[in-house]
Ligand binder design. Structure first.
Ligand SMILES: Cc1cc2nc3c(=O)[nH]c(=O)nc-3n(C[C@H](O)[C@H](O)[C@H](O)COP(=O)(O)O)c2cc1C
Length: 325
């Protein structure tokens, strides 16, 4: 089990326990103590096997766009059990959600020591790419290999997007970001290019307040902005109307843009289009003309609460190659 640790004493205890057992990598007391000290202020994940800590990982911000895998260790008896990979997956998810573009990690370059060769192979297997070797970071006997990984490919963003229903920070969403999100929505494909989806961006606190008051039971009450999705039932050809597919593609594009920019959201459609027709109240607040349906609202803001991916069926249950059986 991987847990996000916030208690400073627990962080110190776990990091000391693990690093002191990994003398091949952390033999210099001074630097080991520095790792333990610094871990207290860093995002910190620990791996537990039968409630006993067997590994941990810390992240450190090294610039507005980049975070570093500052330190990571898994007890030797628990190598090859997947703990390192799971720790890294949790940290990478967190870094991507926080809006960082890159994650870097430093180690002694391959070809120097057998234990570090394994470390290099491990980082490469996680998807890290060799950026540069700098001889002067540590010393001549320990040339520093810097690895980097982009966190903002479409595939990465898809992997870290989950519905967020927690509290948002009060921090306003800059208009540029809201424009980027809306532009991503209208860039989506649409049947016969009929472009049946329109968008209203809501960031005026008064208007936002009225919309929030109309949503009962309440959701997204702390969101500093909302995207309201409108749809028109226009036939693409003959009697074929693809309006639902059109707005679904637009919504998914916007959800991905929202996550890539470091915000969170949730596709609220069922909630607002149910029998109580909250969508019609929202349409009236926003002066939406006849012929346009409000089909969905997407809150936009920075997440305050932690959240997890819901469980989904396995790949093989849902994906087949060449035949269903
Ligand atoms: C058409 C549609 C309608 C949805 N309506 C709601 C909703 O009204 N309220 C809500 O909390 N989530 C809603 N969701 C979000 C789903 O519950 C969520 O996508 C699903 O549980 C999978 O979780 P994930 O988005 O984290 O992968 C909706 C999703 C879709 C695609």
């Amino acid at each position: 089990m991987i847990r996000f640790i916030t208690d400073t004493e627990e962080k110190k205890k776990i990091s000391r326990q693990i690093l002191e057992a990994l003398t091949e990598w952390f033999e210099v007391e001074e630097s080991r103590e520095a790792f333990i000290r610094e871990s207290v202020d860093q995002p910190f994940w620990a791996a537990f096997s039968d409630d006993v800590p067997v590994g941990f990982l810390c992240l450190k911000e090294t610039g507005p766009e980049t975070v570093e895998l500052a330190v990571m260790g898994v007890l030797k008896d628990h190598h090859r059990e997947g703990w390192g990979r799971r720790l890294f997956a949790a940290a990478k998810d967190h870094a991507a959600r926080e809006g960082y573009s890159f994650i870097q990690v430093k180690t002694v370059r391959s070809g120097m020591y057998e234990d570090y060769d394994k470390t290099n192979e491990f980082y490469k297997s996680l998807g890290f790419k060799e950026l540069e070797v700098i001889e002067t970071v540590w010393d001549e006997a320990n040339p520093c290999q810097i690895y980097v990984m982009g966190l903002k490919s479409a595939v990465e963003t898809i992997a870290v997007r989950h519905s967020y229903r927690g509290r948002f920070s009060e921090e306003p969403v800059p208009e540029e970001d809201l424009k980027t999100i809306a532009s991503s929505g209208i860039a989506a494909p649409s049947g016969c290019n009929k472009q049946t989806t329109d968008i209203i961006v809501v960031n005026d606190p008064d208007v936002l307040g009225k919309i929030k008051a109309s949503i009962d039971p309440p959701v997204a009450q702390t969101a500093p902005a909302m995207i309201v999705v409108l749809s028109r039932k226009i036939n693409a050809y003959r009697d074929r109307c693809f309006a639902i597919q059109d707005y679904s593609a637009a919504i998914e594009n916007m959800l991905l843009a929202i996550v890539e920019l470091g915000y969170q959201s949730c596709w609220y459609e069922g909630h607002i289009t149910d029998e109580d027709r909250i969508c019609d109240k929202i349409a009236s607040i926003l002066n939406v003309p006849e012929g346009y349906d409000v089909v969905c609202v997407l809150p936009v803001g920075k997440a305050l609460d932690d959240f997890h991916a819901p469980s989904k069926k396995s790949f093989s249950e849902r994906v087949k190659f060449n035949s269903f059986t």
